[in-house]
Design a protein around this ligand. Sequence first.
Ligand code: ZN
Length: 78
Amino acid sequence: MSEMSVFSRCECQATLSAALDEKRHVLSGSATLRGKKERAAAHSIGADGERFDVGWLCPFCNRNTLRSFHVDAIRKSA
Ligand SMILES: [Zn+2]
């Protein structure tokens, strides 16, 4: 199964990550802040396009963070 990950930074400095399946649907999301890792609700929007968005609900500050990604920019996690 091919799995890819996208990363972003929340305004509270938490690192947001999401694992995506080959259709760019979110399998799981997480957020890390100062070494503490929490599960984060995440979902993808417009996953069929070349450019798509991933939204996270940050568990540390409760902000909704939306980031755009291009399919070429997402990397496969080995
Ligand atoms: Zn945050």
